[in-house]
Structures are given as C-alpha cells and as structure tokens.
Design a protein around this ligand. Structure first.
Ligand code: PLP
Length: 402
C-alpha cells in the first residue's frame, strides 16, 4: 500500500466531517441548524478587500521571501504590540505562513524527534495531536476539568513535564471550551515553566481578539517576559478578520526556530500569496481594523449571551459557566443523554447524540470526544442569533414530543 502507517491511522478533522454531513442534509432540502462551524460567518473588513485590489492593480505577482515580506513582518510586529501588548522581537523572528495551522505544523516538524513529548491540555483543538503524530513524537494529554474552567493547573503541568518534554501547547481563548486563561493561572504556570528551561511554549493566540471580559487578553508573556526566548506566539487573520480562506497566519519566536520553520516552508509551500501579504501589510494597522475588531467582539459576545440563555434551559445546562472568549460553548450532555426521550432512542455517547441530533433534529454540533473529552457537545456561535434561537428551540421541542 502506498499510504504510510502514520497517515493511515490519522483521523480526518472531526469538525469538517460534521460540517460536511450538515451540508449534505442541506442539499437534500432540510433546514439545518449548523453549530459545528469553526469560522466566523461575518465578512472581513472592507479595507482588506480594497488593499487586495490595490495589490492587484500594482500587478504584484512574484514569489515573496519564504517567511514573508519585510513590510508585512513589520506590520505584524506593530499589530502584536498594539493589540496583544507584546513586543521585543525583530522582523527576523517572524515567519508568515499559509494560516496559523501551517505555522504550528512547521514549528512541530522543525523541532520534534521521535523520543520527544508534547504536553497538550485536553480538551484540545483537533490538529495538535494530529501534527504531533505526523512528527512521530508523543502526545502527553493532560485532562483539564470543568470545575476549573478546563484550565491546566500548575500542579498538573509540573507532573506532566519529563526530561523528554519539548513543548507545552497553550491555547487561550480556547477551542473548544471558550476558556480564557486568567492572569493568576498564567503566573502559576509561568513559575513552573521557569523551573524547566528546556521546555518550549507554543502559545496559540488565534482567538486573542475574541476575549469578552478583558479587552487585552491575558498572556503568559505579560506575567513572565522571561519566557520570551522559548516561546512561539501564533496568530493570524482567520478568526480576527473573518478571513479564513485568505490563509495567512504568523509565528513569532526565537531566531533558530523561525529559521528552521522557514526551511520547512521553503520545501513545501514557499511564501504565502503575495496579494494577500500586500493587503494584510497595508490593512493590519489601520483605524478600520480597530473598529472592526471592536464591533465583532460585541457581535460575538451578544450571540454568546443568547446561546448561553438558551442552553441553560436544556438538561444539564444550568451548570454551564459563561465562557469568556472565542466562539464556542462546551455543553455537558450527560443529563441530555439521560433524558427519557433520548434514552428511548438508545443514544449512549456524545458521538451518538451528535449524530442523532443531526439526523432527527437537524441540529449539528461536534461531540466532545473529538476534542479528547467525552460527555460534551461543542456549540459554535459563529452563526446568526436566529439560528441560535431556532436551533436550541428545535432541541427543546424534540424533547417535549414523547
Ligand atoms: N488554532 C486553533 C485553536 C484553531 O481553532 C484554528 C482553526 O480552527 C487554527 C489554529 C488554525 O487557524 P488558521 O485558519 O489560521 O490556519
């Protein structure tokens, strides 16, 4: 067989699988309430399009430097300082890639040996374990609990670190839980990390602009700048500017790591699209972007409130705590599974529940098991208020008809 064992064993992205099933039903004429989506349903800011048109008018068409153009890197550093209050890097320490996913892929591929371990707090974004698997290294999952808002604790971190640990992956605001790490927890984690100088930290900040309680999303480097020399900060425009299809992300970190990531990129995709790079370079620090980010933060936080209010009416919903960021609610579904109507249908797991809800109620969610935590469903609120209200009402109505 031509396919390697590693890839044969790799599961395709669960989120995309569920969305595909939702689309299939839609094409058959069903009205589907699709809460599985991991991308904003809003339009990117106009300035991104007008700058892209300018890039086309200037007839930009050639390869760019592999790790991105210098003016774009300068623009990214300015943006990172303005919106994340993080600074102290030079343009040489930035690598622009085809989305944040490629940044993470490059970083792990560039650094992992087969004997290395990567600490992944669970629940986790599905691609972290997959990429570690592709790098043939070992995932060390640390189960994080709902009573602690799914945050990794300093004790858990200390227990998980061994002499083989190369990376800790932190993602705040978090996919799939919506959790935002608070300053105190970050400080406690930082103190442990200071004791283990060989551990690198991959800070996946892709949802950083969607933090509803704090305007400035708390960051490990705010509480412990000393970690900067062993941290890769990952960000991009997919979620913040609703530009998932533009495929532009960046990593900022130590020179040697960035150089190695660039080497991998030079033999795979080369630099990302020159037109997109030019557009982002010009748009990123404009006043329009600032108001766009503020407006989107308000839109998503209102939707979150509507979804929370609705989910609280479902079995087990009262226990839900309001997530502080990203656009996900991680709903505990054991009480829903115990509902007589659901029991009667024989659905026993979150996966069966998600499948059944799609077939019987046309409500599409992603089961927690796919993120390493069974007994949950992930609801994305990157959908309209109408879809949120009608979708949850659909579940309530289904439970009532016995
Ligand atoms: N990191 C997390 C936590 C995500 O949820 C996603 C996308 O869903 C990414 C990274 C990838 O982002 P991009 O579209 O920039 O590759």
């Amino acid at each position: 067989m031509i396919i390697s064992n590693t890839v044969s064993k790799l599961a395709p992205s669960a989120t995309l699988q569920m969305s595909k099933k939702a689309k299939f039903l839609e094409n058959q004429g069903y009205k589907v309430f699709d809460f599985s989506v991991g991308e904003p349903d809003l339009f990117p800011p106009d300035v991104l399009f007008s700058e892209a048109l300018n890039a086309i008018k200037s007839k930009a068409h050639t390869y760019t430097p592999v790790s991105g153009t210098l003016p774009l890197k300068d623009s990214i550093l300015k943006y990172t300082e303005k919106y994340q209050n993080l600074s102290g890097w030079t343009a040489r320490q930035v690598c622009v890639s085809t989305g944040a996913k490629q940044v993470i892929y490059n970083a792990l591929m560039a650094s992992l040996e087969t004997s290395d371990e990567v600490i992944i707090p669970s629940p986790y974004w599905v691609s972290y374990p997959a990429i570690v698997e592709l790098a043939k290294a070992r995932q060390v999952f640390v189960p994080c609990e709902a009573h602690n808002d799914f945050k990794l604790t300093s004790d858990q971190l200390e227990r998980a670190i061994t002499h083989k640990t190369k990376w800790l992956i932190l993602n705040s605001p978090n996919n799939p839980t919506g959790t935002v790490y608070d300053t105190q927890t970050l400080y406690e984690l930082a103190m442990i990390l200071m004791k283990f100088p060989s551990v690198f930290i991959l800070s996946d900040d892709i949802y950083e602009s969607l933090s509803y309680t704090h305007v400035l999303c708390p960051h490990l480097l705010h509480v412990c700048p000393e970690l900067q020399s062993r941290m890769l900060v990952v960000n991009g425009i997919s979620k913040s500017l609703a530009a998932t299809g533009w495929r532009l992300g960046w990593g900022i970190g130590p020179d040697s790591l960035i150089e190695a990531m660039e080497k991998i990129q030079s033999h795979s995709t080369s630099g990302s699209c020159c037109l997109v790079q030019k557009s982002v370079e010009h748009a990123l620090n404009t006043i329009e972007i600032e108001s766009y980010l503020n407006k989107n933060r308000q839109i998503f936080s209102s939707r979150r409130d509507v979804l929370m209010k609705a989910l609280k009416r479902l079995p087990g919903g009262e226990a839900l705590k309001c997530p502080e960021g990203a656009f996900y609610v991680f709903y505990p579904c054991l009480e829903l599974l115990a509902h007589p109507k659901i029991c009667g249908l024989g659905w026993k797991t979150d996966t069966e529940l998600a499948e059944g809800m799609l077939q019987y109620m046309q409500v599409c969610t992603v089961p927690g098991s796919e993120f390493g935590k069974s007994g949950y469903l992930r609801f994305s609120y990157a959908v309209s208020i109408d879809v949120i209200k009608e979708g949850v009402a659909q579940i309530e109505n289904f439970l009532k008809i016995c």
